[in-house]
Write a protein that binds this ligand. Sequence first.
Ligand SMILES: Cc1cc2nc3c(=O)[nH]c(=O)nc-3n(C[C@H](O)[C@H](O)[C@H](O)COP(=O)(O)OP(=O)(O)OC[C@H]3O[C@@H](n4cnc5c(N)ncnc54)[C@H](O)[C@@H]3O)c2cc1C
Length: 385
Amino acid sequence: MRINCLGGGPAGLYFAILAKRADPAHDIVVVERHHPEDSFGWGIVFSDRTLDTLLQADPPSHAEITRRFHHWSDIDIHFKGECVTAHGHGFSGISRARLIRILQARAEALGVTVRNGVDFAACPSRSDCDLVVGADGIHSTVRGLQTAAFAPTIRESSNRYLWLGSTRLFAAFTFAFRETPHGWFNLHAYRFDDRTSSCIVETPEAVWREAGLDRLSYEESIAFCERLFADVLDGEPLIGNSRRQEHPSGWQRFASISCRRWWHDRTVLIGDAAHTAHFSVGSGTRLAMEDAIELARSLAAHPADLAAALARYQAVREAVAQRVQETGFRRMEWFENVADHARLSPAEFACALLTSSGRLDHEELRRRDPELMQRMAPRTPQGDN
Ligand SMILES: Cc1cc2nc3c(=O)[nH]c(=O)nc-3n(C[C@H](O)[C@H](O)[C@H](O)COP(=O)(O)OP(=O)(O)OC[C@H]3O[C@@H](n4cnc5c(N)ncnc54)[C@H](O)[C@@H]3O)c2cc1C
């Protein structure tokens, strides 16, 4: 089968690896406009469960990915001048650029052709194949070219965010909340290698405007965030990313995307092109790579019937993506309304945040960190919003 994979992010590259492993006779070309070292973004978080899935799917890339991991189990929540630490949460972080390099090297070693530096919009042969895989991310051109077929729904967060790096090496996954005369800002930060942490600063659109951030340059915005979170950053700088998008200040709004159909004729969407989940639940890359696993599996299960393969792929993945998106919505809304929780004590606030996506309940929090839950007693139920 001749397969053109449009987009060489985690979804596209991982699919190419697995499809080639399943059938080395497939002729697979990945078209990617950037080079791996120019990849956008900072770190990526995976849970221990995701790592098991990656191990089953492709042991060599799993070995490379886990060799580069930074692992941690605590969450620090800075609120009203206090830091509440929640124990027992296991995550691993890796640099996005490194993940892309690992996946690209593995794909090429298996015989996949990766064409970096090529925008497929200017690539006449992009649909000259048996299957087009739209793995071109949140702003997918493949999806945009056939909106009637894919029927996407797009809901933008009312918050603005800026995705930065820092040389501050956070010991735990860190959330920090700051009240300013204009309203609340929050920071999500975690270390992902021995030199860098990923830092996302977020605030409601109205606060962003009132603080004058819509009129600041990218560099001025970074300086503003450095001043705001100077204590949590321990005096270390925030670092910008050459791949900033949309607003000149670099501040973006997260778009939650879902599509009624994930495939049409010979074209199929995977990863962020098909669905997105808010970054605060840290699952977008996992979902993208699991889509890749299932698409390769479905093609192998129906080698002579493309429509059956693509229908099976959507049937298996859609419910999973919807579940994660729902947890993402709940978290996104919680972060859009931080002011509503400002009356809580730091311990109550920490529990409300940790349970806000609905993935964790108080029972599970108690199992992971009995001491934290004791600080909540006797008003436990009130903290869960
Ligand atoms: C602030 C933030 C933090 C995040 N943190 C996490 C996290 O901690 N953990 C996690 O799992 N996920 C996280 N995510 C989500 C994660 O980044 C995405 O879900 C994931 O990258 C999706 O992979 P993908 O391959 O589908 O899309 P992408 O990674 O977006 O890859 C798409 C690729 O297509 C290429 N492309 C697009 N258009 C064209 C074109 N015309 N021609 C050629 N190439 C093209 C792009 O250059 C890109 O490389 C975060 C997202 C954001 C915004």
